[in-house]
Design a protein around this ligand. Structure first.
Ligand code: GLU
Length: 278
């Protein structure tokens, strides 16, 4: 097994922009420095927003930047049964529960929380009879991870959860930061947290290099790893590239997509300089 295996895991919901290029350079540079591998994973579980032409464009843009990966590309939408197995394993241990509430009800609930309490949703598992009658009624549900039950399952290990950040050492996890997170949505049989953590374990990823917008999500991932007995990789959360106004680049900003910049005559070297200049 590779000593250092990292991954680039874009979602094909739009064209890659300069911010993605900066992130990709962090990933490939880390692998090169360690003599390791990069694998490419297409995180396309959100079938309402992901499109095959964006995936094709990602491959083309990465090739243009001179970035290549090892092995086959894993497309998450082709592996829903894998995520269902994890849900099943957590459901038989009663660590996840069915949540029938609507988005509106959840927001109202969060609003009702006492002043100063974190704005996160902690739900309440229903009795099996109640669940069955709602299912028979045709009500849709999401699967949520019960923090309380996760904590009971892990015992004292729960308080010691954390991860190693490659240049900042040990980080204490805050698994409760998002409340009872959704692991499968009403319309999608998995969530980002579940699919990405499962795949990192399955694909033997040893190092995860990604933007610091996902720093807090890592706490949820570490909790899932502990519950499922998966190893916790080393993390490197890099600062996001910001535009001149100090804002993150977004897929909707057409002028900063790699294809627009390529059309404007910029070279891959120019892209690297721009990505590093910020
Ligand atoms: N698919 C995620 C994104 O495009 C990245 C996930 C990750 O690196 O963990 O933002």
């Amino acid at each position: 097994m590779a000593q250092f295996r990292t991954r680039f895991a874009p979602s094909p919901t739009g064209y890659l922009h300069i911010g993605h290029a900066a992130s990709a350079f962090h990933v490939w540079d880390a692998a090169e420095a360690a003599g390791g591998d990069v694998i490419l994973r297409i995180e396309d579980i959100d079938q309402t927003r992901c499109r095959p032409e964006f995936e094709e464009a990602i491959l083309e843009d990465l090739a243009w930047l001179g970035l290549s990966w090892s092995g086959d590309i894993r497309r998450q939408s082709e592996h829903y049964p894998d995520y269902a197995e994890v849900l099943e394993a957590l459901a038989v241990r009663h660590i996840i529960y069915r949540c029938f509430r609507t988005r509106k009800e959840i927001l109202a609930e969060i609003d009702r929380a006492p002043h100063g309490a974190p704005a996160v949703f902690i739900g309440e598992p229903l009795s099996e009879d109640e669940e069955m009658s709602r299912i028979q009624d045709g009500q849709a549900y999401a699967w949520r991870l019960s923090l309380e039950r996760a904590q009971n399952a892990l015992g004292s290990a729960y308080d010691g959860l954390g991860f190693r950040e490659s240049d900042r050492g040990w980080q204490q996890a805050e698994p409760g930061a998002f409340g009872d997170v959704v692991l499968a949505r009403k319309d999608t049989p998995t969530s980002y947290h579940l699919a990405t953590t499962h795949d990192d374990a399955l694909q033997a990823v040893t190092h995860i290099v990604r933007g610091d917008d996902l720093f807090l999500s890592t706490s949820v991932h570490v909790l899932l790893q502990a519950l499922m007995g998966w190893p916790t990789p080393t993390y490197q959360h890099h600062a996001l590239l910001l535009d001149d106004a100090g804002k993150r680049f977004a897929k909707r900003d057409k002028s900063t997509t790699l294809r627009a910049m390529r059309k404007d005559g910029l070279t891959p070297d120019d892209i690297r300089r721009l990505a590093e200049a910020a």
